[in-house]
Design a binder for this molecule. Sequence first.
Ligand code: URA
Length: 240
Amino acid sequence: MKLYRVLQSQGFGSRKVSVARIRAGEVAVNGAVCDDPEAEFDPAALELALDGVSWPYREKAYVLMHKPAGYECSHHPSHHPSVFSLLPPHLLQRGVQCVGRLDQDTTGLLLFTDDGQFIHRMISPKKGVAKVYRAVCADPVTDAMLEALRKGVQLNDEPAPIAALACEPLDVRTLRLTLAEGKYHQVRRMIGATGNRVEALHREAVGHYALPADLAPGSWRWLEADDLKQLEQPWPSAMS
Ligand code: URA
């Protein structure tokens, strides 16, 4: 791949910008400055540095964010700032999208990628990738409520009742709910269908990958190969 294309693919700007950066001597390859935008390299075996900072080449971008409350998962938010405003320009330039959406007041694990097939694998109910939520309810969590969520509750516009993959109380008003799907407002609607109401909602995990405890709200981080494996591992009972 030509060097200017490598830069473009990593989100460092248009062809023109990439060519100019290379010509200006800002780019080093395998330890030496390369000022030829047309120089050919195998991107997978490339040690790239921009302005002296090393940059591992990533064919696709996989990123997680600790979504803070008060941000919308939209490029055109209506009432709150966009989660995309928390990402750096190189990820926006690559065109990363949210993998499913969280409501503006929901916090927790939110994924972004520029890999459309990955988005499909993560959100298709057939793939069995679970989403794990912690919900604080307005009223106490009862055994009847847990039973209803495990057996299935009927939501408006759904052909059949939807059951949680797992459901456990955490304290008097808090429960952990594990779902196979990601339908619109699904947790709020399921809990609403039991006669209770969600007051606060946090996504703890996707698949077998939990939000890292040291990732502050509003921060993001790259996902590495091992993280992706944990994310895509199906929930055993989702596949039965
Ligand atoms: N279910 C909801 O109701 N809201 C979310 O943000 C995510 C799942």
